[in-house]
Ligand binder design. Structure first.
Ligand code: UDX
Length: 443
C-alpha cells in the first residue's frame, strides 16, 4: 500500500522504516530539508538499536523514500500517518499547532480517498478537530476519513515494539478507514499474534494517554514505597518483585529510582492532567504522580550529600546521562537535573554515558566528560549512577574501587547488587534499600 508518514522523530521514522520493511511503499516527509536529506542517505538522527539497518534496507529496496515537501504526503499516501511533535506549553497543555498545519496541508492536497491517521500522542478530541479542519478546508467532495492509531513504542526498543507490538489500536467512526488500516497492519498483527483493537476516535486517543499516565503512576507509586522502605529498613526490590507476581499488578514499571524522564511520560502526564481539568475532571492522582517524580531528584541529591557531606569542591563522578538505557535522548532526563544540581552546589562533576555524551556536552557546560566509565571515577569522592546501562551493572568492582578516591557509590537506578558492593568494600547507597558497607570515610 502507498503510505505517507509526516514527521521523522522516533515514532515517525520507526513507523516509516517498519512499514517499508513489511512491504509497503512509504514516503517519509519532514519539512526540515537537511534532516530529510540525511535520512535519505541512510543516516538516523538519533540512537535507536536496529533502526539504521531498517532505514538502509528500505532505501536500498526503493520502498522508503524521503521528501521535504509536505504537499507530497496526501497525493502519495492511501494512508497519511501524522507523527509530528506535540510539545508541552508552559500550562501543561499539548501544543497542537503542527498537527493542525498537517491537517490543513492534507486538506489542500487531497487526491482520492485518504485515511488520515494520527499517531502523535494527542489529547482526546484532537481527531475531531482534524476532521473539522479538513472538512472546512478541502474542496467539496474530497474523500477522507480520520483515525486515531496510537503508538506504544519505547525508545531503545522502538523497532521491536513496532514489529511485535502487544496490540494495535485503531479508532475511527468509518469502517472503510478501519479496514484500510487493518490491511496496513495485517503482516504485523498476524506475525505478532496480537489483538487489533477497533474503537471510536476518542477512545483510541484516550487509550494512549491513559496508558502512559498509568505507567507513570506505577513508577511514582513504587518510588513512594521506596521512601517508606528507606525509613523502615525494608527492601523495595523485594517488595516490588513480590507485588509483581500478582498478575493484577504485574512486574514491569515497578523499578524504584530517580524517576521517569523522556519525551513521553512527563509530557503525557501533564497534558492528560490539563485535559482532565479542562473537562472538569479533577485527576488529582496525576498531580501526585508529578510531585513524587520531581521529589526524586531532591532525594537523590540529598543522598549524595549524605555520603560526601558538603558538595562544595567534592569530585562527583556521574554514570549515565540518558533518561534510560539504549537511547541518546536527554529530554527530561533526571540525570541532567542531578548534574545541574550538583554543579550548582559547588561539586566538580565528571560524567560518562555510552552514547549520550555528544548530546549532553552542549547542555552541561559546567560538567567534564570522560572517555570511559573508569576515567570518570578517577580520583572522585563518590560515584552517582543515574541511568541503568548494562555496562554499569557489569562494571569491574575492583577496578572501580581502585580508581575512586573513596569507595562510595550512590545508585539512583539500583543497578548494583548490594551484597556484592559490600563484599567489594564499598559504601553503597541505593534507592529504597538499606545502605551497606562502612560509614563513608570511616577509618
Ligand atoms: C514510554 C512508554 O513506555 C511507551 O509505551 C510510549 O509509547 C512512549 O513513552 P519511553 O519514553 O521510551 O516509553 O520510556 P519508558 O521505557 O516508558 O521509560 C520512561 C522512564 O521511566 C525512564 O526514565 C525510565 O528510567 C523510567 N522507569 C521506567 C522507571 O523509573 N521505573 C520503571 O519501572 C520503568
Amino acid at each position: 500500500m502507498r503510505i505517507s508518514v509526516v514527521g521523522t522523530g522516533h515514532v515517525g521514522l520507526t513507523t516509516a522504516a517498519c512499514l517499508a520493511h513489511i512491504g509497503h511503499d512509504v514516503l517519509g516527509v519532514d519539512d526540515d530539508a537537511e534532516k530529510a536529506a540525511s535520512i535519505a542517505r541512510g543516516e538516523v538522527p538519533f540512537h535507536e538499536p536496529g533502526l539504521a539497518e531498517l532505514v538502509r534496507e528500505g532505501l536500498d529496496a526503493g520502498r522508503l523514500r524521503m521528501s521535504n515537501d509536505p504537499r507530497e504526503a496526501a497525493p502519495h499516501g492511501e494512508v497519511v500517518f501524522v507523527c509530528v511533535g506535540t510539545p508541552t506549553k508552559d500550562s501543561g497543555e499539548a501544543n497542537l499547532v503542527q498537527v493542525e498545519r498537517v491537517a490543513r496541508m492534507v486538506a489542500d492536497t487531497l487526491d482520492g480517498y485518504t485515511v488520515v491517521a494520527e499517531k502523535s500522542t494527542v489529547p482526546v478530541e484532537t481527531g475531531q478537530w482534524i476532521r473539522r479542519t479538513i472538512e472546512r478546508e478541502a474542496r467539496a467532495g474530497a474523500e477522507f476519513d480520520v483515525a486515531s492509531n496510537p503508538e506504544f513504542l519505547r525508545e531503545g526498543r522502538a523497532v521491536q515494539d513496532t514489529l511485535r507490538p502487544d496490540r494495535v489500536v485503531v479508532g475511527s467512526h468509518s469502517p472503510r478507514a478501519v479496514e484500510r488500516l487493518r490491511e496496513v497492519y495485517r503482516p504485523i498483527v498476524d506475525g505478532a499474534g496480537c489483538p487489533f483493537v477497533v474503537t471510536d476516535l476518542a477512545t483510541a486517543e484516550l487509550i494512549k494517554h491513559a496508558s502512559n499516565a498509568f505507567l507513570a503512576t506505577k513508577i511514582s507509586f513504587i518510588n513512594s514505597v521506596a521512601d517508606i522502605c528507606e525509613r523502615t529498613g525494608a527492601d523495595v526490590e523485594t517488595v516490588a518483585a513480590a507485588m509483581g507476581i500478582d498478575e493484577r499488578i504485574g512486574a514491569p514499571f515497578l523499578k524504584a529510582g530517580i524517576g521517569f524522564g523522556g519525551e513521553c511520560l512527563p509530557k503525557d502526564v501533564r497534558a492528560f492532567r490539563y485535559k482532565a481539568d479542562q473537562l472538569g475532571v479533577g485527576f488529582g492522582i496525576l498531580e501526585a504522580v508529578e510531585r513524587v517524580n520531581q521529589a526524586r531528584i531532591d532525594a537523590f541529591v540529598e543522598k549524595i550529600r549524605g555520603v560526601v557531606w558538603n558538595l562544595e569542591d567534592k569530585r562527583v563522578a556521574l554514570w549515565g546521562l540518558a533518561f534510560k538505557p539504549d537511547t541518546d535522548d536527554l529530554r527530561h532526563s533526571p540525570a541532567l537535573e542531578v548534574a545541574e544540581r550538583l554543579v550548582g552546589g559547588g561539586a566538580h562533576v565528571t560524567a560518562f554515558d555510552p552514547v549520550a555524551m555528544p548530546a549532553g556536552k552542549p547542555l552541561l557546560p559546567g560538567v567534564e566528560f570522560a572517555a570511559d566509565p573508569y576515567e570518570a571515577v578517577r580520583g572522585a569522592d563518590c560515584l552517582a549512577i543515574c541511568t541503568e546501562w548494562s555496562v554499569f551493572a557489569t562494571a569491574d568492582l575492583e577496578r572501580l574501587r581502585g580508581e575512586l578516591a573513596h569507595p562510595v557509590v550512590v545508585d539512583g537506578r539500583n543497578v548494583m547488587d548490594p551484597a556484592a558492593m559490600a563484599e567489594a568494600g564499598f559504601t553503597y547507597a541505593s534507592m529504597g534499600r538499606p545502605t551497606v558497607g562502612p560509614a563513608p570515610h570511616a577509618g
